[in-house]
Design a protein around this ligand. Structure first.
Ligand SMILES: Cc1cc2nc3c(=O)[nH]c(=O)nc-3n(C[C@H](O)[C@H](O)[C@H](O)COP(=O)(O)OP(=O)(O)OC[C@H]3O[C@@H](n4cnc5c(N)ncnc54)[C@H](O)[C@@H]3O)c2cc1C
Length: 314
């Protein structure tokens, strides 16, 4: 009897989607390798280590990309339960404040948000702990492997231009500004959604998120302002500081700050079709955008579904 061996898969991207795809392939015995642009895994689940701040906070970690994640699907819930047992993630809060341009206006409860004490990147480091990740950028189609592009479609389209016609998602940029203060000039809060403000959309209390209670905030700039300052993200730092001072009601300046640019931060809305429509012959796509609710969980589900489809010969 002729046995068809599964074809080797090249996974490009070691964010939650690529790692979830790899785990699904490993479970089904399909050979694969993972190549990730950049030295660190995690993609948009990113944490930055403070260096040269001239304070005792050197070595502290800020979450500069995804702020937290939520859980609704049962298999993802099992993964999160494992992460919780391993001490990687912790339930954070179901209550955030909301504000307008003038200041805090109220509180709003929602689903439980999860945080990672060592920084959200540690989620990916844990999930990828037994995987070999090669550092490099895939720039062309491989000749003898199936290619799984696990990244936002605008990035996938640099390798495989046809990718752009498969997704109607429109991506918006975010510049996130991390700040350290000499002490907390605010009363306790976890996060603040800032509504109807032209400049910022969100303030996270990174001290509450980390659990170290450090006087640390992360501010997300609005998509429009971010788009204007993508070339030099540090230009938005004074704007972020002024908005935080106004909304939280203090005048002190941070002792350290840093701006990080996400050109493709979030799809404005999920895209046309979820799995398995994304499997295109020898090249496949997966990412958080293939969902009505693009987020960390959506990336995990998209990667898992792609891995299973590839293992099934889809
Ligand atoms: C500012 C911000 C705030 C967010 N807030 C939240 C939130 O609160 N809750 C939530 O659930 N989600 C949030 N998200 C979204 C969440 O981060 C994503 O849904 C999730 O991380 C998607 O993971 P991914 O693996 O699909 O893509 P990515 O994390 O973008 O990973 C793609 C990887 O592919 C690599 N790559 C790109 N091109 C190549 C190439 N040619 N070759 C090799 N590797 C390549 C990249 O370096 C990267 O490591 C936020 C995102 C941002 C940026």
């Amino acid at each position: 009897m002729i046995q068809h061996l599964p074809k080797h898969v090249l996974i490009a991207g070691a964010g939650i989607t690529g790692i979830s795809c790899a785990i699904a392939l490993r479970e089904r015995g399909v050979p694969f390798r993972i190549v990730n642009k950049g030295r660190r895994v995690g993609g948009r689940m990113a944490s930055r280590i403070v260096r040269d701040s001239g304070t005792t906070f050197d070595g502290r970690v800020f979450d500069t990309g995804a702020s937290y994640f939520t859980v609704s699907e049962s298999e993802f819930a099992s993964v999160v339960a494992e992460l919780e047992t391993a001490g990687v993630v912790q339930p954070w809060t179901d209550t955030f404040h909301f504000a307008d341009s003038e200041g805090i206006a109220g509180v709003k409860t929602g689903p439980m948000r999860y945080r990672a004490e060592s920084g959200i990147r540690s989620v990916i480091e844990y999930l990828a702990r037994d995987l070999v990740i090669e550092e490099g950028e895939i720039t062309e189609l491989p000749t003898s492997e199936r290619l799984a592009l696990c990244m936002p479609t605008p990035q996938a389209a640099r390798v495989f231009p046809q990718a752009s016609v498969l997704s109607s998602a429109v991506w918006e940029p975010v510049i996130s500004v991390s700040m350290l203060f000499d002490h907390a000039h605010w009363s306790d809060f976890d996060g603040i959604f800032v509504n109807q403000d032209a400049q910022i959309t969100w303030i996270a209390n990174d001290g509450a998120r980390r659990g170290d209670q450090a006087p640390a905030l992360v501010v997300h700039m609005s998509p429009v302002l971010s788009a204007v300052h993508l070339v030099d993200p540090s230009e938005v730092i004074p704007i972020a500081i002024a908005r935080v001072q106004k909304i939280l009601g203090f005048d002190e300046e941070p002792t350290w700050s840093h701006a990080h640019r996400w050109t493709f931060a979030k799809p404005i809305e999920g895209t046309t079709s979820p799995a398995p429509d994304f499997v295109l012959g020898e090249v496949s796509l997966a990412s958080d955008e293939f969902s009505a609710r693009p987020r960390v969980e959506a990336g995990w589900l998209s990667g898992r579904d792609l891995g299973r489809a590839l293992a099934a010969g889809g």
